[in-house]
Design a binder for this molecule. Structure first.
Ligand SMILES: Nc1nc2c(c(=O)[nH]1)N[C@H]1C(S)=C(S)[C@@H](COP(=O)(O)OP(=O)(O)OC[C@H]3O[C@@H](n4cnc5c(N)ncnc54)[C@H](O)[C@@H]3O)O[C@H]1N2
Ligand code: MOO
Length: 390
């Protein structure tokens, strides 16, 4: 059995960053920017008014000063002429500030009679002008890699980037295995249950930026597993669920090896998740997850997500663990690193009473995995422990 950190390193060695592709801006949200992109223009491209009011020369601005309005500048329609002494141009938010003006008196501070305005309120020191290039200048870059947020997409649009270079989404083929499984919506036989792990893992991998192909459920036979592996071809990563342990019907490892899988490791000193296996199958990485629902989801979190991040060109480092104080004591830990389902609140952290790896209700209520090192001593309430938010 290898340690969790050795397993993670071995898994990361099975995948490489993928090539990039170009997508239309409108489809770029959530994708990983593959290369830095540079602004194609200044924003604003001209000195622009930040307010509705009157553009004048700043040296003439004082209480009771009067100006003659000689024209209008609106957003999209600037004023062609020049603002001279004693003159003002009616201006609206977003309009280019005309030549000769360097101050906008907001209209609330002005009394207008015909073409004459008088400043009646103290206009203050703010010129109400956004300088050319004040947001960004031509050539300014958005750094990569980064997962594009809605704000990033707006910024790229403003920079006039219509096509965006992004990392190709890793294709993950997910295969549930086991004669006991049927799909949600089907009618299970008396000895059957509903496949759940594949759906949880699909959601998890997609949220991390992967494209998931759900394979048909494979029966516990060499023939059925072989067919399912055939269907996985072309994926970057094939993930099997179940059939990983030592029972007579746990055939996944043997079938994968017979199909050419070069095994990287089998079994990790981790709870849940001990019977994890991994290797390479031709162009694909292969990860065999244990079937217990919580085991497969915890392994997905700890192992699949870093692999997906590496393929996307992102940092595959596990985010640093956080610390919290125990609300209730914990018994001594065994020889495996334990990822206990737990709930963190303002009062501290509490591990759930039952840590059975079949309990999806407990996982759904958890917002943290409390991480305990192998052989950790029993801990009193108040002890500081580490956790991973989920
Ligand atoms: N003698 C031993 N028995 C077991 C050991 C061991 O070391 N010695 N390890 C246990 C541990 S730990 C785990 S974890 C499980 C993992 O076994 P498998 O990967 O072979 O998983 P299965 O036996 O196929 O399934 C276990 C459990 O999970 C259910 N399952 C499987 N796939 C799905 C799915 N897609 N959706 C929902 N539920 C699923 C399955 O019905 C079983 O109940 O082995 C222990 N045994
Ligand atoms: O390691 Mo198993 O994954 O405890 O349930």
């Amino acid at each position: 059995m290898i340690s969790v950190s050795d397993a993670r390193a071995a898994l990361l060695a099975l995948v490489d960053p993928l090539a990039s592709e170009t997508v239309p801006l409108a489809q770029s949200a959530g994708r990983v920017l593959a290369d830095p992109v540079s602004a194609r223009r200044d924003q604003p491209p001209f000195s622009a008014s930040a307010m509705d009011g009157y553009a004048v020369n700043a040296t003439e601005v004082e209480l009771h000063a009067m100006f003659k309005v000689i024209g209008e500048a609106a957003a999209g329609h600037g004023f062609d002429g020049k603002v001279g002494a004693g003159q003002a141009v009616r201006i609206f938010t977003g309009a280019p500030v005309p030549e000769g003006a360097d101050f906008v008196v907001i209209q609330e501070d002005v009394d207008r009679k015909g073409n004459l305005i008088t400043i009646l309120d103290e206009p203050g020191a703010n010129s109400n002008i956004r300088p050319k290039g004040g947001d960004f200048a031509i050539g300014d870059t958005v750094s990569a890699p980064r997962t594009l947020t809605p704000a990033d997409v707006a910024l790229l649009a403003s920079m006039n980037i219509a096509q965006v270079p992004v990392a190709r989404r890793p294709v993950v083929a997910v295969m549930s295995t086991g004669d006991e499984l049927v799909m949600p919506g089907e009618t299970p036989g008396p000895d059957q249950i509903i496949a759940s792990n594949s759906f949880g893992l699909k959601a998890m991998c997609e949220a991390a930026g992967a494209e998931v192909r759900m394979l048909p459920i494979a029966q516990d036979t060499v023939q059925s597993l072989t067919t399912a592996f055939e269907l996985a071809k072309g994926a970057d990563l094939v993930v099997t669920i179940g059939g990983a342990s030592v029972g007579d019907h746990d055939l996944v490892g043997d079938v994968a090896v017979s199909l050419g899988m070069e095994r990287s490791f089998y079994k990790v000193a981790m709870r849940p998740g001990k019977p994890l296996m991994a290797g390479r199958m031709g162009d694909m990485a292969m990860v065999g997850l244990p079937g217990n629902p919580v085991s497969s989801m915890v392994c997905g979190q700890i192992f699949l997500l870093p692999m997906i991040r590496k393929m996307l060109g992102l940092s595959a480092e596990q985010p640093p663990l956080q610390s919290a104080r125990l609300i209730a004591p914990l018994a001594k830990n065994g020889p495996r690193e334990h990822y206990m389902r737990a709930q963190v609140t303002a009062d501290g952290i509490r591990a759930f009473e039952s840590q059975d790896s079949s309990l999806l209700t407990v996982l759904a209520d958890a917002n943290a995995l409390l991480v305990r090192p192998p052989h950790d001593d029993a801990l009193e309430a108040g002890a500081l422990v580490q956790f991973l938010p989920i």
